[in-house]
Write a protein that binds this ligand. Structure first.
Ligand code: ASP
Length: 324
């Protein structure tokens, strides 16, 4: 066989042997599970990036809301899904805290998933129903300390971001509030607006528009610095609550065993979405920003998850409050 023919035959054989997904993925709709209700902050972030990623991938990414058990039901559903790139999970810090909070979790957090990349890190804001009595954060602290067991605190279940923030608040004020769990802080916000609950601590992606509209009262942010969006709002630290610092990172995961070509392709698409001006502007209006491109990678998300499990484990163990 002539040399050129031989080279051609070898190339053809190689192409036949090469996995079809590399050329074809994605050739149909992708499902992105959000482990909380529609209309909440995680859902908002997912819909923002999914729309831009869909445009790049040429296939629709459809959001499926699987709320319940602080995000662990949705994560569990994705852990069991086919690792073919057609089922993804967009979750937040709860992926790390639930690994300690749930001692009988249905999946092994560090071994059940592959990684796509980090999406955004979102500040939290302590808010209350709009007719809540205290006028500022100092009087909020006094009032909550004096009336704690008569006040309700909404959250999205054990393992959620709002649960974590509520835990930090209760321990900083040394007062137990009556917690009211929801399948997500979308519905929790509806009840707060209706005055059925008193207090909530939630991502700015759910609270910013309500604060601007004056439909909730805002008291403090949980970041080390004040937010550009609400420069008058003090940080929890400024209010004297030492160590009360948390921001809610979000990442996209795939079931363990998803080919690296696919998670790599998704990460590339994620980076494009995060650089999109429309996404940057929408996030800024919600008090946040896309993760830098260097963090929108499988390796960066894996490192973040591992370090956050290590960070929160001693805090949760010290609090001694588990889901089971
Ligand atoms: N913000 C919620 C939480 O507390 C979840 C959500 O509805 O996005 O984890």
């Amino acid at each position: 066989m002539a040399y050129s023919k031989l080279v051609g035959a070898v190339c053809a054989a190689f192409m036949l042997a090469a996995p079809a997904f590399a050329q074809e993925y994605p050739d149909r709709q992708i499902t992105m599970v959000v482990p909380f209700s529609a209309g909440g902050p995680t859902d908002t972030v997912a819909r923002l990036v999914a729309e831009r990623m869909s445009a790049d991938l040429g296939q629709q990414i459809v959001i499926e809301n699987v709320g319940g058990a602080g995000g662990t039901l949705g994560a569990g559903q994705v852990a069991k899904a086919e690792p073919d790139g057609y089922t993804l999970l967009l979750h937040h810090i709860g992926m790390a805290t639930s690994a300690t909070l749930y001692r009988n979790l249905a999946y092994d957090t560090l071994n059940a998933f592959d990684y796509v990349g980090l999406v955004t890190e979102v500040p939290m804001v302590v808010v209350a129903r709009k007719d809540f009595e205290p006028a500022d954060f100092a009087s909020f602290i006094e009032y909550v300390k004096a009336n704690g067991d008569a006040l309700t605190l909404a959250n999205a279940g054990i393992g959620s971001a709002s649960h974590l923030c509520g835990m930090l608040l209760m321990s900083a004020l040394d007062v137990p509030l009556v917690t009211v769990p929801y399948k997500g802080t979308g519905p929790a916000m509806t009840d707060l607006l209706g005055g059925q609950t008193d207090i909530m601590c939630d991502q700015s992606t759910n609270t910013a528009q309500q604060i601007k509209g004056g439909t909730v009262k805002a008291y403090a942010v949980t970041t080390p610095e004040r937010l550009a969006l609400f420069p008058d709002l003090p940080t929890a630290e400024e209010g004297g609550l030492d160590g009360f610092e948390v921001s809610i990172w979000h990442g996209i995961y795939a079931p363990k065993g998803t080919p690296a070509e696919i998670t790599g392709r998704l990460a590339e698409s994620l980076r494009l979405a995060l650089a999109d001006e429309g996404v940057v502007t929408a996030m800024a209006e919600l008090g946040t920003a896309p993760s830098p491109a260097a963090d929108a990678t499988p390796a960066a998300l894996q490192a973040k998850l591992e370090s956050e499990i290590t960070r929160w484990k001693p805090v949760i163990d010290a609090a001694g409050v588990y889901a089971d």
